[in-house]
Design a protein around this ligand. Sequence first.
Ligand SMILES: *[C@@H]1O[C@H](CO)[C@@H](O)[C@H](O)[C@H]1NC(C)=O
Ligand SMILES: *[C@@H]1O[C@H](CO)[C@@H](O)[C@H](O)[C@H]1NC(C)=O
Ligand SMILES: *[C@@H]1O[C@H](CO)[C@@H](O)[C@H](O)[C@H]1NC(C)=O
Ligand SMILES: *[C@@H]1O[C@H](CO)[C@@H](O)[C@H](O)[C@H]1NC(C)=O
Ligand SMILES: *[C@@H]1O[C@H](CO)[C@@H](O)[C@H](O)[C@H]1NC(C)=O
Length: 396
Amino acid sequence: MGEGDSCFGSYCGCRPLDNGGAAGYRPLSSPTHHHSYPCWSSRRQYCGVLVLLAICCSGLYVVLYYHAAITSHSMLLMHRMRILGSDDTLMSTTPYMGPVLNGKWNSSELKSSEVYRSAMDNRSTVPLLTLFSSWADRPELEQVRNLTMQNWVRLKPAIVPVLFTNSSKLAGHAEAHGWFVMPVSRAAVGVPILKNMYLDAMAKFDSTLYAFSNGDILFTESLVDTLLAILGSPHLPLDTHSLLVVGQRINVPMVRPYEVTSFDGVARVARTRGKLFTTMAEDYFITDRTFPWEDIPGVVIGRAAYDNWLVLNAIKRQEVVVDATKTLLAVHQTTKAGNFEGFTHANSSYNNHLLTRMYKKIQYMAGCVDCSPWRTRKDSQGKVYVENVKIRPRHC
Ligand SMILES: *[C@@H]1O[C@H](CO)[C@@H](O)[C@H](O)[C@H]1NC(C)=O
Ligand SMILES: *[C@@H]1O[C@H](CO)[C@@H](O)[C@H](O)[C@H]1NC(C)=O
Ligand SMILES: *[C@@H]1O[C@H](CO)[C@@H](O)[C@H](O)[C@H]1NC(C)=O
Ligand SMILES: *[C@@H]1O[C@H](CO)[C@@H](O)[C@H](O)[C@H]1NC(C)=O
Ligand SMILES: *[C@@H]1O[C@H](CO)[C@@H](O)[C@H](O)[C@H]1NC(C)=O
């Protein structure tokens, strides 16, 4: 389960000139029927005026936006210090309410990602990321899951690993590996609903960011480096927009346990045996607390289509969507089942049916990783930075 690959096969709508993204897409707030947009109606005389107005407004917006981006504090600087004694106190009673400037924040206390890192190490601030997954009990995948569990736990204390499961056997394995366990509060066709895992994780664990990842993905410290660079970036309007970080994965066939006993090992198999996978699949979704999970349809994990839809929806809503492929290593442990598992499960088109019922035509190609308006890069010293993507592919 949990392979999330999508946009292959018949329901992809993968033709770039297919009527444009906007025509087939309706934003979250209006999932009900809506017959036509003003500019596509026959009343063309208004359209010229509207287009001119829109151009003026967007010009003004760009100017004001850059002014605001330059003058506002980065989210990292606004990150509050918290006194946390032990693992147990990660379970929050008063959840963190997002990056608000309400006097409780002391921007002079966190000056850089190095300071944040040492504050996490000595537990004087909340962890960076609550990273969760969920999988079914499939004996043939037990080794893959175990390698994932051993890998994620190495990223503590920056990362809090969580497994959503109702199986006491899987819960036992996860706890034996140092993971937290939560029950699956809502499921459809027997599979956990994505948004409820985010809502449950946010209610239970206090951290700056939250992410679902498929359960066969191995990470390295590049995950932490990339996220700290994004939070500390002076260019991103994170105090006014939500964040979504995605990226391509690297497929490595038949990963052996001895190959990935360290982050260096993970990087080595990626370098020597890995193949960068398509931009059409997303395996992890890193968001902040302000991401509108409440409003997201009840798509389930491990079945095609939800990944591209999430990304395309966030781009349309003008959230801060960052492509982290170039700096964040995500190794997919490819098994005999291959790289397109999301298409072979029972109910494989559950998400597509749900989404097309709500939004009619969906141009899934506009939700590819390379459609993100921002991306991460490394400078000559190997330091991660974020840049705006000026020219995006035509399929976006
Ligand atoms: C913020 O932190 C600095 C340095 O730790 C301290 O001097 C200052 O008093 C703090 N300000 C507030 C409002 O707590
Ligand atoms: C933890 O690390 C932060 C950042 O380096 C530092 O300001 C703070 O004094 C440290 N706290 C303790 C209890 O060591
Ligand atoms: C996976 O980990 C669990 C818990 O440590 C262990 O009981 C089980 O034997 C492991 N399975 C494999 C295939 O390594
Ligand atoms: C999982 O267990 C919880 C109670 O712990 C229950 O409310 C929920 O319905 C169960 N979910 C599934 C998918 O069975
Ligand atoms: C899900 O798959 C099962 C088994 O193939 C089938 O019986 C059921 O009707 C499907 N449900 C939906 C909502 O597609």
